[in-house]
Design a protein around this ligand. Structure first.
Ligand code: LHQ
Length: 266
């Protein structure tokens, strides 16, 4: 599968920034089987592509992503025996794992509503930027489903157990401004300033020392899931690796020469 054969997403790379755009607008960019496959393939490509130093995930039209396509037969068949676990394991979990393990920053640009697994994907990203048109909804409970795609992992870590519980039990819609107050999103902008905000972050990340960011991401992944002693040792190892990068040498040189650094990601 290549960019030319994608039918449910748009994907392009420019100036070190890969943009992955969910594009099933008639269903608010909800996921069918094809879209989960294409998103995975595109993310894997971004992870491996030397020219990509930052990934932006966003939605075409008015929504970010409404989660699972509830019209898909394999999740809406009331008469058959449904194997939803299989669907989650095979289609969503690999996407979440890839976002977390790729050695590059992944930014969710929330142009509109993010619901269900669409919201989970945003929570798994490294940063979230939101237009004031965006809402976040842990919609699972509204349809009698359980949280999936990492929501029960990331939500309490972002907003604390009390708020996570409320969001998962009640499925209320949180607007972008409140989401920022809660720590669910990093920044909010009015729709007319949103593209500039996203471009500013993407540009800064694409010019940053990519290896140092990858090491910080690995350190955060490790720290979210372990004790202080292990974390301190893991940090020491990440610093050892950072010290071997050209960007580190450039960063220190630029500091001593009192000039801005020029990072290459090497
Ligand atoms: C949709 C959808 C949608 C299909 C809007 N599907 N058509 C994983 C695997 C296995 C099992 C179960 O779960 C999962 C993980 C999950 O993601 S579960 C959660 C699934 N998502 C939802 O429950 C969200 C459903 N959508 C909504 O609640 C609303 O559409 C939201 C709040 C997102 C937006 O509301 P509105 O802005 O009022 O838009 P709308 O409801 O009018 O939707 C516009 C159209 O999009 C409409 O179609 P139509 O033909 O009437 O214009 C909707 O039917 C369609 N659409 N979400 N997930």
């Amino acid at each position: 599968m290549t960019a030319a054969t994608y039918s449910t997403i748009l994907y392009h790379v420019k100036e070190g920034i890969a943009s992955l755009v969910f594009n099933r607008q008639e269903v608010l960019n909800a996921f069918n089987d094809r879209m989960s496959e294409e998103v995975y393939v595109a993310l894997r490509h971004a992870a491996r592509d030397e020219n990509t130093r930052c990934v932006i995930i966003t939605g075409a039209g008015k929504a970010f992503c409404a989660g699972q396509d509830l019209g898909s037969r394999n999740v809406a068949d009331f008469d058959g025996e449904l194997h939803l676990g299989e669907s989650v394991r095979e289609r969503y979990n690999p996407i979440i794992q890839l976002i977390r393990t790729m050695d590059k920053p992944v930014v969710a640009a929330l142009n509109g509503v993010a619901a269900g697994a669409g919201c989970s994907i945003a929570l798994a990203c490294d940063l979230r930027l939101a237009s004031t048109k965006a809402n976040l909804i842990q919609a699972f409970v509204r349809i009698g489903a359980a949280p999936d795609s990492g929501s029960s992992f990331f939500l309490p870590r972002l907003v604390g157990l009390g708020r996570a519980t409320e969001l998962l039990f009640l499925g209320d819609k949180i607007n972008a401004v409140e989401a920022e107050r809660w720590g669910l999103v990093n920044r909010v902008a009015e729709p007319e300033a949103f593209d500039a905000l996203v471009q500013d972050y993407a540009h800064r990340l694409s010019q940053a020392p990519t290896r140092a960011i990858a090491l910080a991401k690995r350190a955060l992944n490790q720290a979210m899931d372990t004790d202080l002693t292990t974390t301190l040792e893991h940090e020491a190892w990440m610093q050892e690796l950072a010290g071997r990068s050209s960007d580190y040498a450039e960063g220190v040189r630029a500091f001593t020469e009192k000039r801005p650094p020029v990072y290459t990601g090497k």
